[in-house]
Design a protein around this ligand. Structure first.
Ligand SMILES: [Zn+2]
Length: 420
């Protein structure tokens, strides 16, 4: 009897404990003006030091390194700053470094006032294949005590880097620029049932791409977007696996494509990504606050595209999903008591995903305050009746699990949409 009591107490304690540890989600959306604001253009080029001969470069798309100095002890201090302020705490960094002869250098990453180090460093020798830095080469300073959020972060970190003549790439996440995205959609567009088009230009004149899987004229449509926020690479990676599953040769995918057409905007913020922004567009705005005002060309292009598809096909969007990254995996859904074009779809879907992924407990935060629409999910639901959600992937979610979850999610979604 006593043993059972202890066990029950343990369960109560353990559950309470694990719930405290769970990411509680971000604070409610703040409605802000979305007319363009000035953005600081990053100086691009090479920083070269002598004795020893070391060069740092931010001269590539997606780079962010705002300054670097050599200290008296031979180590380096890098400064990383944002495109403008105020800005969410997601300090993106990416640079290359090389030296004439092989050596080990130490680089301290520091940030502008109020910002802390967030993204665990990834290294690459070719800009394509990335591995996290070895823990023994990484040291944190003044780390916060919280489990999640800015309060959990160190103020600065020191990296030990082995450099030689071949440039070493250092970045907050795997580098995924407009060029990487275009290569990806070009490859998928080789399939005869996939097409791509440009639906507009960003503030700085980059193309806004849409990839369409399935017949263009079909009335039953799904909308997928990703990367409104430049550093949110894990959400982008999940979107890729999700879309690859829908465009695959599986029996389910083939059957699905006979009934539904999926439109994808894989890169909502090409200027922000290629300029190495922390969060905003070249208009200096969080694009995911502009889905009621539509002051920015990027959100306008997608709104006009969706309205055009509805007008041209006389059809409907049944489902809309926006991929992001945050501190931990979480789904921001529309409160199930609000009914769109397929009531219950998102609830059934997340239940099915949980069933297929043992030991996975989805963290779901429903929302019923959808007006003003401001964010994409609310626009999908309010303007189109699409059952909608934000699919957030943790910054540090293991990449194999991220992939597995996206594949299961795509399969379960196709199955449920076909059943209805
Ligand atoms: Zn985001």
């Amino acid at each position: 009897m006593k043993k059972t009591l202890y066990f029950l107490l343990f369960l109560v304690f353990f559950n309470g404990f694990s719930q405290d540890k769970k990411f509680q989600g971000q604070a409610p959306i703040t409605i802000v003006p979305t007319t363009s604001l000035p953005v600081q253009k990053q100086w691009k080029g090479e920083y070269t030091f002598e004795n020893p001969d070391i060069t740092f470069s931010n001269d590539f798309d997606g780079a962010r390194l705002n300054g670097i100095v050599k200290n008296d002890d031979g180590s380096f201090t890098a400064l990383i700053t944002s495109e403008n302020t105020p800005v969410n705490p997601s300090p993106w960094y990416a640079f290359k470094v090389w030296s004439k002869s092989p050596r080990t250098i130490e680089v301290m990453l520091t940030y502008q006032q109020g910002a802390k180090h967030r993204y665990f460093p990834k290294l690459s020798m070719d800009g394509l294949r990335w591995t996290p830095i070895d823990l023994t080469d990484y040291k944190e300073y003044e780390k916060g005590a919280a489990d999640f959020g800015a309060g959990s972060l160190p103020v600065k970190v020191r990296l030990k880097l082995n450099v030689g003549q071949t440039p070493l790439w250092v970045a907050g996440q795997e580098l995924q620029t407009l060029k990487h995205m275009k290569d990806w959609i070009d490859e998928i567009s080789n399939k005869k049932f996939v097409n791509q088009q440009v639906i507009g230009k960003s503030t700085e004149g980059r193309d806004m791409h849409v990839m369409t899987i399935g017949k263009e004229k079909r009335k039953q449509m799904v909308m997928v977007i990703s990367r409104q926020h430049p550093p949110e690479v894990t959400g982008f990676l999940a979107m890729k696996s999700f879309i690859e599953t829908i465009a695959s040769e599986s029996r389910l995918a083939k059957k699905f494509r006979k009934k539904f057409t999926v439109h994808v905007v894989p890169l909502m913020n090409p200027d922000g990504v290629d300029n190495g922004h922390w969060r905003h567009s070249k208009g200096g705005i969080d694009l995911n606050r502009d889905w009621s005002n539509f002051n920015q060309p990027e959100t306008r292009a997608v709104r006009d595209f969706m309205e055009d598809r509805v007008a041209t096909t006389n059809g409907k969007f049944y489902f809309g999903i926006d991929f992001h990254s945050t501190w931990d995996d979480i789904y921001y859904t529309v409160d199930p008591k609000l009914k769109g074009n397929m009531p219950g779809l998102v609830t059934d879907w997340l239940t099915a995903v949980k069933k297929e992924l043992p030991n996975y407990e989805p963290n779901i935060k429903p929302n019923d305050e959808l007006i003003p629409t401001a964010v994409s999910r609310n626009y999908f639901f309010i303007a189109h009746g699409a059952e909608a959600l934000v699919f957030e992937v943790g910054d540090n979610t293991p990449r194999d699990f991220l992939h597995e979850k996206a594949v299961v999610s795509a399969n379960e979604l196709m199955r449920l949409l076909l059943e209805r």
